[in-house]
Design a protein around this ligand. Structure first.
Ligand code: GLU
Length: 487
């Protein structure tokens, strides 16, 4: 096997967390940048956390973000799931059904590197309480290490409830080399005899992850640093199996502005939330790449191709990356500006429809004009709902102090009359009309500059500042213009 192989291995627990998307992205960027393969493996051995539809949801979020993979579980257009690749199945519950983990646990049992444990939950709870009150770190005391394999097999055959644990050696330093965090050493005396097979027969994450990463030829494990404390157990497992351990890369946690872990209660954490708010995939991806990694140059607005080119683990930071909404908005706004007026109009359409500001038959030319009008003021596509609302309602309230003042000026009735007169001469308000109307009013009334434009803006938009007036006039159209000028 040649080339690097990286994997994203989420558990389908409901939705894709924004930190998970970043993990997937870093794996993807590294694999793509090194002519490698990227794999999506589903870790569903914790049956208590299984959520219906979560897998599809997760894949859809990756698809939306443009994070593609070469092997793993795919979602077809008709909603069906399909696995592709030589190393399948890529869903751990299916791997379990094929007996893959049984084979490897059997190997460990035979070699004395794992043992059956029959301790009841009550005993373990009691032990934990005791250790806690003695000021010790709770860990299994190894009671069942004394049960011979022969006796254990008889008890298992008789139906006794059990788990299988890893038998750690006494007083051995385990060394983890991490590309980001450096060298970490922990003594086995401070580690627990990890459960490898649970009482329901499913492998634990720790066991399945090692077996699968090995069998799938994974060369680099890139994941959140919440998994770092588990890594010594994994490293030890690689050692007892006699397998070459992959390169470990633990990413700094994504934090909120209070430097706390992003939580569902206080923050938007699901990728779907960001999709719904109208972040562009390229905007969110670009920003997420910067949460915990920095490019070599000062240019921070980067496309996926540029990220692939520039990404490496050397510039991944050791400590938590702050998820800063303002910066995300800034990055996203840059990507919005890259679209043509026409493309942006199409992107905005669903948000306008959702708010019932337009109907399905809204003219394409006007959508393009909307794209042109709001391109520079949108952070997110959803912002169009608030920013463009004034164009689609019959009346606007003039409440801003400046606007109230300008709208009440003595010469305003004359401006209104001239505008209405011009409107009555045309069938539709087109670009030519919008471009010439102010000149015409100026000629007719002798009012010019601020005294002309500010009151006009105030009457038509309710504010004295805002988008290009020529565009606003066209977008409002004859009927609404008349309403705003007469009422
Ligand atoms: N299944 C783990 C998760 O849900 C994967 C951790 C790893 O990448 O090893 O995040």
């Amino acid at each position: 096997m040649t080339g690097v192989r990286l994997r994203f291995a989420p558990s389908p627990t409901g939705y894709l967390h924004i930190g998970g998307l970043r993990t997937a992205l870093y794996n993807y960027l590294y694999a793509k940048g090194h002519d490698g393969k990227f794999i999506l493996r589903i870790e569903d051995t914790d049956r208590t956390r299984f959520v219906e539809g979560a897998l599809e949801n997760l894949i859809r979020s990756l698809q939306w973000a443009g994070i593609t993979y070469d092997e793993g579980v795919f979602l077809n257009a008709d909603g069906s799931l399909e696995q592709r690749g030589e190393f399948g199945p890529y869903i751990q519950s299916e791997r379990m059904a094929e007996g893959i983990y049984d084979r490897y646990i059997e190997d460990l049992l035979e070699r004395g590197d794992a043992y059956y444990c029959f301790c009841s939950k009550e005993r373990l709870d009691h032990l934990r309480e005791q250790q806690k009150s003695d000021g010790l770190i709770p860990r299994y005391d190894g009671l069942c290490r004394a049960v011979t394999l022969e006796e254990a097999r008889e008890r298992v055959a008789a139906g006794e409830e059990h788990v299988i644990r890893l038998k750690l050696p006494v007083n051995r330093d385990i060394v983890v080399m991490d590309e980001v965090k450096g060298k970490i050493v922990i003594n086995t005396n401070d580690m627990d005899d990890q459960v490898l097979i649970k009482s329901d027969g499913f492998p634990t994450y720790h066991f399945a992850v090692v077996v699968d990463d090995h069998l799938m030829g994974i060369t680099h494990i890139v994941r959140g640093d919440e998994w770092l404390p588990s890594t010594p157990k994994h490293v030890y497992l690689y050692e007892v199996f006699g397998w070459q351990a992959p390169v470990f890369v633990h990413l700094p946690t994504v934090l909120n502005r209070d430097r706390k872990k992003l939580s569902k209660r206080n923050d938007d954490v699901a990728v779907e939330d960001f999709i719904a708010q109208g972040y562009l995939p390229e905007g969110l991806v670009n920003y997420l790449a910067l949460v915990g990694w920095s490019p070599d140059s000062t240019e921070e607005i980067l496309t996926m191709e540029e990220l692939v080119e520039q990404f490496g683990f050397e510039r991944v930071s050791k400590t938590g990356g702050i998820f800063d909404r303002d910066k995300l908005n800034w990055v996203n706004a840059h990507h919005i500006k890259k679209y043509s007026d026409e493309e942006l109009g199409e992107l905005l359409k669903p948000y306008l429809l959702e708010e019932k500001l337009i109907t399905g038959d809204y003219p394409a030319a006007k959508l393009t004009l909307l794209g042109n009008t709001f391109k520079d003021s949108l952070d997110r596509l959803m912002d169009i709902q608030a920013q463009a609302r004034f164009l689609f309602i019959d009346q606007v309230d003039i409440t801003e102090a400046d606007a109230v003042e300008y709208a009440a000026k003595e010469h305003v009735p004359a401006l209104r009359t001239a505008f209405i007169e011009a409107l009555n001469e045309v069938e539709v308000v087109d670009e030519a009309f919008a471009k010439s109307i102010m000149k015409r009013i100026q000629k007719q009334t002798g009012v010019k500059g601020k005294d002309l434009f500010m009151p006009m803006r105030a009457l038509l938009t309710g504010k004295v500042h805002g988008p290009e007036l020529v565009n606003v006039i066209q977008l409002l159209g004859k009927d609404i213009l008349l309403k705003r000028l007469t009422d």
